[in-house]
Write a protein of this length. Structure first.
Length: 75
């Protein structure tokens, strides 16, 4: 565990120093050695109104759940 802590501390410090010095290649190398992952990339919906369709379905599900919980729908 001590070795892991020392490894992480050394390369994290190097990464922060490279960021302050604006040394992109050094920052990239330190980040890779730390197991650097890409930030998540989210797709944007090309079809307008998609979110609204999901909200309609969610409201229908919520209404069905209310009926079940309040005892209006016994199956």
């Amino acid at each position: 565990m001590t070795l892991t802590l020392a490894y992480y501390s050394a390369f994290r410090g190097l990464e922060l120093l490279a960021e302050r010095l604006a040394r992109q290649p050094l920052q990239l190398a330190a980040g890779v050695l730390l197991g650097w992952a890409r930030p998540p990339a989210y797709e944007t919906s090309a079809v307008p109104g998609t979110v609204g369709a999901d909200l309609v379905a969610m409201n229908e599900d919520l209404a069905a759940l209310k009926r079940i919980v309040l005892g209006g729908d016994r199956r």
